[in-house]
Design a binder for this molecule. Sequence first.
Ligand SMILES: Nc1ncnc2c1ncn2[C@@H]1O[C@H](COP(=O)(O)OP(=O)(O)OP(=O)(O)O)[C@@H](O)[C@H]1O
Ligand SMILES: [Mg+2]
Length: 276
Amino acid sequence: MVQAIGIDVGGTLTKIAYFEDDQQLKLLHFPSADLQKVSDWIASFKEDIQIGLTGGRAEQLKTFLRSHKNLHYLVEFDATIAGVKYQLKKDGQNFAEGVITNIGTGTSIHSLKGDAHVRIAGTGIGGGTLLGMSALMTGIFEFEQIVQLSASGSRSEVDMLVSDIYYGNKTPIDGGLTASNFGDAGLRPLLERSKEDILATVQGLVGEVISTLSIQCADAEKMEHIVYIGSTLAENEPLQKIIGSYTKRKNRTPVFLKDNGYSGAIGALLSKYDGN
Ligand SMILES: Nc1ncnc2c1ncn2[C@@H]1O[C@H](COP(=O)(O)OP(=O)(O)OP(=O)(O)O)[C@@H](O)[C@H]1O
Ligand SMILES: [Mg+2]
């Protein structure tokens, strides 16, 4: 029997977490554009099921669940951090403090120290940017397809590297760093670029902006670990590679969780089990 469910209604995706009889954690998601579907799914459970609800669009889902009595709202950041802590333990990661970067529709950055957490930065560059820029430049707007095509693309004809600017001369900083995301596209505008190359470069832009900001936060907070979460990373190996290698290059330790997008839903679920 399922006693409780945790729901994180985000700007793009609604994530759901619950424990089944065998205490197995179950995870699923719906598009937030179709909250009726979410409400229909919830209706398939008994009426007295406990629901922990969080996320920017939680209020909107509430209007679909009017008759539901056991509904409890949680602050999004609290739920997310509680979920991250649980996931870190489950994934065998053991550190007491770190920067948590949530790459959702937009990106939100937090510092976690023991039981205390605070939001320290954010940027509008996030998963929505990946979908939006990809759609505008290639006409492709499905997340899975963007990820798949980007994996075989090359950024070298679209991005400008530091070594491209210094042109064989000694570079004052690492020549392999990006000097200008998309910087080569304007300089050699007549060169044909494939959709794969454009999509790879969009992933590069999103990943590098987010990791740069996260690394600066880790510097300011004097923290070694950066935990990157959010559905933008889900099965998105190219983005994980970009973020992971840039973070390592800057001497910080990147951490990716197994169920990247579900921290908020898991935190909302756990609140139903720990007496909150
Ligand atoms: N099936 C999918 N459909 C749409 N986007 C997806 C899908 N899977 C992964 N994504 C990516 O995940 C991003 C949304 O991530 P996430 O679910 O963490 O954000 P959110 O919680 O909806 O947004 P926010 O936290 O900013 O309110 C999308 O912008 C997209 O890049
Ligand atoms: Mg979210």
